[in-house]
Design a protein around this ligand. Structure first.
Ligand SMILES: [Zn+2]
Length: 339
């Protein structure tokens, strides 16, 4: 339709301007800000029919998740190759000791040499044929390894969120899709702000996992990939992320609306290169849940000011419950839209 072509052209032009303006800020995630749509939930895809909820809303303990954040950051900076990194691996595995865990361990060849990489996957089986993946990276920024940087929001908040989701899933019957929680490793850029392309210099763990699951046939079973990143900010404003799959983001928005949390979602649209890209490229429906306004103009991102005092249990609860509600809606949507 001519109108939508025109809108697309304007958006593209604005996006290109945004790229030009933002180049100095894209040190490890590549971002483009685009103008907000009139109604974020309806803007891109036709309205989906969402099945009603027939049971009480999901539970998520934000206080307990916050306690996990504090325990993770207490280990100190956790860049790949460090002794603290091994401590956080052990910490996560100890919390998951009664679960079915897959360890995806390999050596990454990076511009700074070879590093051990350890993706941790906890699998919670369901009755339906198919898998929903929820992912978070747990390494901290490598270039800041010799500072006090502890990544309370960037890495710890979403890793803690997944631990609390595991608590909610553990030991309960699940008549929906299987849920696999992925703590992916070596996500952060090794040499940002250089000529090395972002996707070549970052996302080492999740790239490996996507390749592995493609070759062993697992990938075909994945119905949705939900990514959590920087979701602990007390002033929670999750972006509509324009690389993500529009219909899946619409399901997230519906889930947030059912819980009364929609004001924290999708007021702004940004394009962000993040851990979902290797799965997106392989045709998996993905939604990146990220708040990329961490302090005014994202000022705390990738600085030693990324500390626990900027976060809140409520934000963890909002994101965690919305993810669980999203899964509950996906379980009842028949059939899921084409990828
Ligand atoms: Zn980061």
């Amino acid at each position: 339709m001519p109108r939508s072509i025109k809108i697309t052209t304007i958006l593209l032009a604005l996006a290109l301007i945004a790229i030009a303006c933002d180049q100095d800020k894209t040190s490890s995630k590549e971002t483009v800000q685009t103008p907000p749509a009139n109604n974020p939930a309806d803007a891109i895809t036709p309205k989906l029919n969402f099945p009603p909820d027939t049971s009480p809303p999901p539970k998520f303990d934000g206080e307990r998740a916050m306690q996990y954040v504090k325990e993770i950051v207490a280990l100190g900076p956790r860049p790949i190759g460090s002794a603290n990194h091994k401590k956080v691996e052990d910490y996560l595995l100890a919390r998951l000791k009664s679960d079915n865990v897959e360890n995806d361990v390999f050596t990454a060849d990076t511009p700074e040499g070879k590093f051990p990489v350890h993706n941790i996957i906890a699998k919670f089986p369901g009755q339906k044929d198919g898998i929903i993946v929820v992912a978070s990276h747990y390494d901290t920024n490598y270039p800041l390894r010799n500072t006090s940087y502890i990544g309370a929001n960037d890495g710890a908040s979403s890793s803690a969120l997944l631990l609390e989701i595991a608590n909610q899933l553990r030991g309960k019957p699940n008549d929906g899709f299987s849920i696999w929680l992925v703590w992916d490793d070596a996500e952060e850029s090794i040499r940002p702000d250089t000529e090395i392309p972002f996707e070549q210099d970052a996302l080492y763990g999740i790239k490996h996992l996507a390749e592995k699951w493609e070759s062993d046939g697992t990938l075909k079973k994945i119905k949705a990939f939900l990514l959590a990143d920087m979701i602990g900010d007390a002033d929670l404003e999750i972006e509509r992320e324009s690389n993500s799959t529009p219909w899946l983001e619409d399901v997230v928005y519906e889930a947030a609306t059912r819980l009364g949390y929609q004001s924290h979602f999708f007021a702004r649209t940004m394009q962000i290169s993040d851990d979902h890209l290797p799965f997106l490229k392989r045709g998996v429906a993905c939604a990146d849940l990220i708040d990329f306004s961490y302090g005014y103009d994202n000022v705390f991102w990738h600085t030693p000011q990324d500390t626990v005092d900027k976060l809140s249990p409520k934000s963890l609860e909002i994101t965690g419950s919305t993810i669980l509600e999203t899964i509950r809606i996906l379980d009842k949507m028949e059939p899921l839209p084409p990828k």
